[in-house]
Design a binder for this molecule. Structure first.
Ligand code: SF4
Length: 285
């Protein structure tokens, strides 16, 4: 099987965006909850192949999304060359977006990120997952909270906007409220365009699934997770307008709005499901 046969993952907001495959597999591939690239060997797509993808693109393409788990893993020189190539073949493209990880970004200096911004890199989707170090370690995420904040601030300095993906339920039963508060505290330390929530799913074959089977990780109930979303939302205090978005298909409840002005409406929408705190109390009785 070649990388051209890989399953391609992309954010739901990029459903109509032109895709360019940059990497195959995941350069890290060790997160305990992730099954996406378990059977795929990491490799970087050669430039002639990426150029071929661009040549077949619509000439008036306005946005391109780079696919693969972590296109930023190709490093500064290749990323700059790729952005220049995109500009040459798709001169009307005003925004190149990509997945990225905290580990990938740590390999770039602020000056390099600024150059990439000027070359067209205008949106990243980053998996922060949680603002708790013990949970990041438990999930073998490969970064710490302080590293996440440091890299986020570098992106702010380089003016590269990014969406922060966080995962509720990730801390397990009884830990959701503390996890939400810690995650909000982390996000409040930097500027992000959007907080995108995902609901932890236990996928077959993952390390997390084995822990569940051994009784070492007990998933939080739906009511506890609802309370986690509410706690996260309640504790987010962005310095600049920021979208709060739970519309990813895994979510228990689909709400979306801009903070701070829509916070009350969004909290009311959650409470319309029934007060999560009361429901959670019933859960644990
Ligand atoms: S969650 Fe992302 S970084 Fe972690 S193994 Fe999966 S694709 Fe790789």
């Amino acid at each position: 099987m070649t990388y051209m046969d890989d399953t391609v993952y992309y954010p739901q907001d990029e459903m109509h965006t032109a895709l360019v495959l940059v990497t195959s597999g995941c350069s890290y591939n060790k997160c305990a909850f992730c099954s996406m690239y378990k059977d795929v060997q990491y490799c970087q797509v050669p430039f002639p192949d990426m150029e071929m993808q661009l040549r077949s693109g619509y000439a008036y393409t306005e946005k391109v999304f780079l696919t693969g788990a972590d296109p930023m893993s190709i490093g500064f020189d290749r990323m700059k060359r790729l952005l220049d190539l995109i500009h040459r073949h798709l001169p009307t493209c005003a925004c190149v977006a990509s997945y990225a990880s905290i580990r990938n970004i740590s390999a770039y200096s602020v000056a390099e990120l600024s150059i990439l911004h000027d070359a067209g890199l205008r949106l990243l989707y980053i998996g922060f997952e949680t603002g708790r170090d013990d949970i990041l370690e438990l999930m073998n995420k490969g970064h710490t909270v302080s590293e996440a904040i440091e890299q986020a601030k570098k992106l702010n300095e380089a003016k590269i906007p990014f969406n922060s993906v966080v995962m509720y339920g990730i801390a397990g039963k009884g830990e959701s409220v503390a996890n939400a508060a810690a995650t909000a505290k982390m996000i409040n330390r930097f500027v992000t365009n959007r907080v995108i929530t995902m609901n932890l799913t236990i996928f077959y074959g993952t390390e997390l699934n084995k822990r569940v089977e051994r009784g070492e990780f007990v998933p939080a109930s739906g009511n506890e997770r609802l309370l986690e979303i509410r706690t996260l939302l309640e504790n987010l205090e962005p310095g600049q307008p920021m979208v709060f978005d739970t519309t990813h298909p895994t979510n228990l409840i689909k709400i979306k709005g801009t903070l701070p002005q829509d916070k009350k409406r969004l909290l009311n929408e959650i409470d319309r499901y029934g007060c999560p705190a009361d429901l959670f109390e019933k859960d644990i009785q």
